[in-house]
Design a protein. Structure first.
Length: 516
């Protein structure tokens, strides 16, 4: 990398100065609208662009999250020249937090000694060292390691009735990765892909698990083993009040197994020919009731071909406005639009059909399924603003490992953000610039380290006050509860972060964790 930079500098300047000579050369003047500005490089200054990460590190340290994750990692180096396990995992975590989605982006952190020191790292490792480190983790042991910490991060929140959202999202691929198969890909048809099968706690937006499979393994039959295995790991006393999914899960194998386990469910049905016939029969009659948000619902029972029994269905419809446009493509492939005239005696509806084992009223069923939109937003956030859209390697093992590491970092960050702002969820695109990014200059005097922060964010005063409150809470927890185990501290932190969800009630570790 240094040689490439030397060559680039030489091409630009006509000679061959070293990188150090370039950094320490005389001041460069640039002409801006503010006038002539002197620009100098300071290669010896200790500074970082992730200044607010100090508060996040205190949260990880107080709860024992990062130390426990590193200690349990089944990565074992034998060579004395290998990087430390903590350095490899710390680099990966910092890269995910910074919003990276390729291993090559880790290079942007290589010179950040401030953040490395805050997290207890000797240094930030290279992208190649991170990839090699993950490849040395045994696949089975790595899966158990990640699942254990995913369970731990979200286990405490499952004490009250909750909803389990299941979903499958498609990740397009552009290389020659293992499992890159041409299959169902709605956004890029014909493009090889991976299928991400994900399981999330609704509303809290906490990931319980994710599995990466080949692109042609995207159906609910491939989701089911991970789903039932997750429920078995959680234990019956922590099961959800309801299982919820889109049209891909409204089929006989999933519903019959949920019924066998006495687990309530709510799914959408695919609009097959028989489903359309049932909708046609319902649309022609009366008995519609309000379902909220402009929707109407009508209850019936249905047994489709292949179903083992009749099941409760809810036909949903919503009247459309009359301003409609018909889109079509001509022979040249160009999109043309035509306005559709609908007479005053015609009514247009959009419709859907839900299948459920719940006995709630129609208005409650409609609202429960509409709430699933929050889950879709979370999956979109993981894919586009976290690392699910990248961190791809040739082998499927490391793709699965990184998907779970990203999910774990997502959980840690979401709970931390709720410490700062318990009233609402803040997506990464807004929370990172506010609560992570800040210019920090480190100074050391008389053995004491000082970080001087500056940020241009418009909500900087609010962020400073909120982060100070978090630091005060964590400091008070350490000072007044020194006898607590890391597990007990973690439950105190969760109780404070989820105080709106819990209505101020304190969480307590279950018996199997209380004395760990």
């Amino acid at each position: 990398m240094v040689k490439k930079l030397d060559q680039l500098i030489a091409d630009l300047s006509g000679d061959r100065p070293s990188v150090d000579q370039w950094v320490h050369r005389s001041t460069v003047q640039v002409d801006t609208y503010a006038g002539r500005v002197d620009v100098e490089w300071d290669s010896e200054g200790a500074a970082t662009g992730l200044g607010h990460v100090a508060f996040f590190v205190e949260y990880l340290k107080t709860a024992g999250l990062f130390d426990g994750w590193v200690a349990d990692c089944p990565l074992d180096y034998r060579s004395p020249n290998s990087p430390a396990k903590r350095d490899v995992l710390g680099t990966v975590l910092l890269s995910v937090l910074a919003g990276h989605w390729r291993y090559a982006h880790m290079t942007a952190l290589r010179g950040d000694a401030v953040v490395a020191e805050l997290l207890g790292l000797k240094s930030v490792v290279s992208e190649d060292a991170a990839r090699r480190g993950l490849s040395k983790i045994d696949e089975k042991q790595g899966e158990e390691w990640c699942r254990h910490h995913l369970d731990y991060s979200g286990f405490a929140a499952l004490c009250d009735p909750w909803i389990l959202d299941v979903d499958t999202t498609i990740k397009p691929l552009f290389g020659h990765q293992e499992g890159a198969v041409k299959s169902f890909n709605p956004h890029k048809p014909g493009r090889p892909s991976h299928a991400y099968h994900a399981y999330m706690v609704a509303n809290l937006r906490l990931m319980l698990d994710v599995d990466v499979q080949a692109g042609d393994r995207h159906t609910s039959n491939h989701t089911a083993p991970g789903l039932w295995g997750l429920l078995d790991r959680l234990g019956r006393d922590r099961w959800p009040a309801m299982l919820r999914g889109d049209a891909g899960f409204g089929n006989e194998p999933i519903m019959s197994e949920a019924e066998r386990r006495e687990l309530p469910y709510l799914f959408k049905l695919r609009l097959t020919a028989n489903v359309r016939k049932a909708i046609t029969r319902a649309m022609g009659g009366s008995g519609w009731s309000r379902a909220g948000s402009g929707w109407e619902g009508k209850e019936d029972s249905l047994r489709l071909t292949g179903w083992s029994r009749q099941r409760r269905i809810i036909v949903m419809r919503r009247r459309l406005e009359r301003q409609l446009v018909l889109a079509a493509r001509n022979d040249a492939g160009q999109l043309s639009l035509g306005f559709v005239e609908v007479g005053p005696d015609k009514e247009l509806y959009e419709y859907a059909m839900l299948v459920t084992s719940l006995d709630n009223e129609i208005v409650a069923i409609g609202q429960l399924y509409r709430d699933r939109a929050d889950c879709e937003n979370a999956f979109d956030e993981l894919k586009n603003h976290w690392g699910w859209g990248g961190f791809t390697t040739r082998d499927l093992h490391r793709c699965r490992l990184m998907a779970r590491i990203v999910a774990l970092a997502y959980n840690w960050w979401n709970i931390y953000v709720r410490l700062v702002n318990p009233d609402r969820h803040m997506e990464a695109i807004t929370s990172r610039p506010l609560l992570l990014h800040a210019i920090a200059r480190k100074t050391r005097h008389a053995g004491r380290i000082t970080l001087k922060l500056s940020t241009s964010h418009g909500a900087a005063p609010w962020a400073a006050a909120a982060l100070a409150k978090v630091a005060t809470f964590l400091d008070g927890l350490k000072r007044t509860a020194e006898q607590l185990t890391p597990h007990q501290k973690w439950y105190r932190i969760l109780s404070h972060a989820l105080r709106k969800w819990l209505n101020g009630r304190q969480l307590s570790p279950p018996p199997r964790l209380a004395h760990a």
